[in-house]
Design a protein around this ligand. Structure first.
Ligand SMILES: [Zn+2]
Length: 183
């Protein structure tokens, strides 16, 4: 029985080399690809920030961020090296409601309308390994929500990118103190 899933959060072009390019993003993508090839985790689930052009998190609407991951743009695409591993049913989109900020992949929905938790439970997954971008925001929220929901959660510390080094370090320490394993 499969019981461990890899969850790849927001490894999308705007967070890698686009409007919100994060530190160590190229390295995080390369290390994630190497991890997938070496460990062959199954299933692999992808979280995707996926905003309408008028989303509330964008500066023009008073939000904290520049426009990013707008639906239908290159910036919203999964990195080409990882895209072959993404299955539609195992891709969870978040931030689609213009009025709602969603950092956590836990709030994402796949094209069939199923939540991340629903799919993990259907697949009898108990342990999850999380990587992605950015440590301080979407990786952290996703990992913490999974932990709260009762999953055993690990984070691949060489497969994450971040907005700012201090925040990244602090987020890792806090996640570890909450019971999230750092691998
Ligand atoms: Zn966003």
């Amino acid at each position: 029985m499969k019981d461990t899933a890899l969850i790849v959060v927001d490894m999308l072009y705007d967070f890698i080399d686009g409007s919100m390019a994060c530190l160590e993003a190229d390295k995080a993508v390369a290390n994630t690809l190497a991890y997938i090839k070496k460990e062959t985790p199954s299933p692999i689930l992808f979280i995707r920030d996926h905003h309408p052009a008028n989303h509330c998190s964008f500066a023009a609407q008073g939000g904290p961020w520049p426009p990013h991951c707008v639906q239908g743009t290159h910036g919203a695409d999964i990195h080409v090296d990882l895209a072959p591993y993404a299955d539609d049913d195992l891709s969870f989109f978040k931030g689609e409601d213009p009025a709602k900020e969603q950092y956590s992949g836990f709030e994402g929905i796949n094209p069939a309308g199923q939540s991340l938790q629903e799919v993990l439970l259907l697949m009898e997954i108990e342990k999850v390994i999380v990587c992605g971008i950015a440590t301080e925001f979407c990786v952290r929220s996703t990992a913490e929500d999974l932990l709260k929901a009762g999953f055993k959660v690990s984070v691949l510390k060489d497969c994450i990118a971040y907005v700012e080094a201090e925040g990244h370090k602090k987020a890792l320490e806090e996640m570890a103190s909450e019971g999230i394993r750092l691998l």
